[in-house]
Design a binder for this molecule. Structure first.
Ligand code: CUA
Length: 370
């Protein structure tokens, strides 16, 4: 019994002595931490996290990201090295199985430090992020600003313009480079999220309210940029993708003139008068429309597509007449194939396809499924 007590006391003494020793280890920990922070920050800045920045707002957001990397990587490294250091130096050694650690009753100086430093860091980052937010949301100096209404529905976006007093809708988004645009985002059914990754901004489209954000496409951004729905909104969510076309100001003015022309007179822009290429529309190959291509969801052996979100057209259209095919494209919910639900197919082909394109598709599909 007495012998055991002595052994226990001996262990306790060496335990305390051990814990006072590691000055050198602490210095080593600091060196390791500094090196790891520098490497981590360097890697964080070197990695190309985002797609090309296509708006002036995107540059500011990317800078904010870099600042967050610089501020947060050292904090992460600090936490991990202190954990590693503690595991290494304060681990249980043989003979210490029944010991408690030394009694600790708080350390005011340490607690003040570890409260004050993170608080300062967070307040600084919050203020900076707020300044950036104010900056990217600021209204343009030039009035009146261009407003494009964005309507989300299962599973497509529609854009409404008001150019020179003329209101018109389009299934594609066209924007002039170098000019600010405010998107007013609405939803006709469920929650969607209007996101153009190259612009770096996204916002929910919520039924019953109007949300908004502004972007100014950069001059260098002339070209096409993906529009994505970033909120799971139903079976067709993954196909709720369209394209933002950034153009030069003269190109945009020419497009507005054509797109805002009364219906019937503006059909000439699709392919120089030649018959529309139905197969290209179906597969999304060379199509000039930004409608979701049929082949993304439908199997059709003639087109070489194998989508399974919608009915297999080789089977489903066999023996059907042109009227049925046309109705299925323009009013997808009029007749539902067994095993499929309503609201899966985009309801907007009436506006995203020209009448000539619809007719070409109907002819193509009825020939392909005879
Ligand atoms: Cu709309 Cu996801």
């Amino acid at each position: 019994m007495a012998q055991e007590d002595t052994r226990q006391e001996g262990a306790e003494a060496s335990y305390v002595a051990d814990r006072r020793a590691p000055r050198r280890t602490a210095a080593r920990m600091i060196v390791v931490g500094v090196i790891a922070s520098v490497l981590g920050v360097a890697a964080g800045l070197a990695i190309d996290w985002f797609p090309p920045a296509a708006s002036t707002q995107a540059d500011k957001i990317d800078t904010l990201w870099d600042v967050l990397i610089i501020a947060s990587v050292p904090v992460f490294v600090l936490v991990v090295t202190v954990i590693g250091f503690s595991i290494l130096n304060f681990r249980m050694r043989p003979g210490e199985e029944n010991l408690d650690g030394p009694p600790i009753h708080g350390n005011t100086r340490l607690e003040v430090i570890w409260t004050a430093i993170p608080a300062t860091l967070i307040v600084g980052l919050v203020v900076y992020a707020y300044v950036v937010l104010r900056d990217i949301e600021a209204a343009p100096a030039k009035e009146p600003e261009r407003v494009v209404r964005v309507f989300g529905e299962q599973f497509a976006w529609t854009f409404e313009y008001n150019e020179g007093g003329r209101r018109f809708r389009n299934a594609q988004l066209f924007l002039p480079a170098g000019q600010s645009v405010k998107f007013e985002v609405r939803s006709k059914d469920v929650i969607h999220d209007f996101w153009v990754p190259d612009f770096r901004l996204k916002i929910d489209a919520v039924p019953g309210i109007v949300t908004s954000y502004r972007v100014t496409p950069k001059q260098s951004a002339v070209g096409d940029h993906a529009i994505v729905c970033a909120e799971l909104c139903g079976l067709g969510h993954a196909f709720m993708r369209q394209t933002a076309h950034v153009m030069t100001a003269p190109q945009f003015a020419a497009w507005v003139k054509k797109a805002s022309a009364p219906a019937g007179g503006g059909g000439g822009g699709q392919g120089g008068g030649g018959a529309p290429d139905a197969k290209a529309i179906f597969t999304g190959g060379k199509s000039s429309t930004s409608a979701t291509p049929c082949g993304a969801c439908h199997t059709l052996s003639a087109a070489g597509t194998s989508g399974t979100t919608g009915p297999d057209l080789d089977q489903g259209l066999k023996g059907k007449d042109a009227a049925f095919i046309k109705q299925s494209i323009l009013q997808p919910d009029a007749q539902i194939a067994p095993g499929f639900g309503k609201g899966i197919m985009p309801p907007n082909y009436r506006s995203t396809l020209t009448p000539a394109e619809v007719d070409a598709l109907v002819k193509y599909l009825s020939d392909a499924t005879k």
